[in-house]
Design a protein around this ligand. Structure first.
Ligand code: ZN
Ligand code: ZN
Length: 278
């Protein structure tokens, strides 16, 4: 068995106002395992918080960008500069939505050709594509969002699968992409009762979690209305409805994904022992 994967929530904010105000950090998610050092959706703050959390960006071997919105891509180029040792060595993998790599009718490309050229493997992430990253098998999931090329990612490990939805609205069949995942990370921008086309609310998260029944669900990419409403209250509501253990991520939270799924809060005093997720 390969060692477990550590998932570090460098940022848990999402959307324009959470980003502008930094009510929550928007630095995305780092994943570290054997042969794996991946930054997923590096929004503003990804470089700074990587360094302040002691995660050397020069050790990266992959950068994933789900779509062409700034809260997901702004730090991608500097992280590529770090990954390629200051653009001196062609190195690593960049997996990104079509719009991120090439632009589309809604946006220009989010990562320059100069930066894309220094990455060893550039993968255009389109729904249902599968590719290998070290010893992980990665699947691309479909997201329905205001960037039509937005995607999510599903990671297959020796211990089962975990997945990240990215920004998406609920759609019929979304559950199929996340069947049998043990850990599901959902980008829940808005609280219950506040629908917004192209985005996920607590109500949508309930439907997805009911359809997929992971061992643990994590809410992240929290928008301003969600932050004001109280993300942990929304997580409790989901848990009550679905009976699936659900947590609202906080900045600096870490999850060790192995035989067990252990959640560690950033402040030792707040550490939660979640052995119940065995
Ligand atoms: Zn977003
Ligand atoms: Zn978005």
């Amino acid at each position: 068995m390969s060692p477990k994967v550590e998932i570090i929530f460098l940022g848990t904010g999402g959307g324009r106002f959470a980003t502008i105000t930094q009510q929550r950090r928007t630095a995305g998610i780092r994943m570290i395992g054997e042969d794996l050092n991946l930054h997923l959706d590096p929004g503003p703050g990804a470089l700074v918080y990587s360094i302040s959390e002691g995660l050397d960006p020069q050790k990266l071997n992959a950068v994933f960008v789900s779509h062409c919105h700034p809260d997901h891509y702004t730090d991608a180029e500097v992280l590529i500069e770090a990954m390629t040792h200051g653009m001196t060595q062609k190195h690593g993998t960049l997996a990104a939505g079509k719009s991120v790599l090439h632009g589309s009718n809604v946006c220009d490309s989010s990562i320059s050709r100069y930066h894309q050229a220094m990455v060893e493997h550039v993968i255009e992430a389109t729904p249902n594509k599968r590719f290998q990253l070290g010893n992980l098998d990665v699947g691309v999931t479909e997201a329905r969002h205001t960037d039509p090329d937005a995607v999510g990612f599903r990671f297959k490990t020796d211990y089962g699968d975990f997945a990240y939805t990215s920004d998406t609205e609920y759609y019929e069949d979304i559950g199929k992409y996340y069947e049998k995942v043990r850990l599901l990370v959902l980008c829940v921008m808005r609280p219950a009762g506040k629908p917004w086309k192209g985005h996920m609310t607590t109500d949508d998260a309930i439907r997805i979690i009911e359809e997929t029944r992971p061992e643990l669900a994590i809410l992240t990419h929290l928008g301003m209305q969600m932050i004001f409403k109280g993300p942990s209250k929304e997580a409790r509501l989901i848990e009550e409805r679905t009976k699936v253990p659900t947590f609202a991520a906080v900045d600096g939270m870490r999850i060790a994904f192995g035989e067990r799924i252990d959640v560690r809060m950033p402040n030792k005093a707040q550490q939660h022992d979640l052995n119940r997720f065995l």
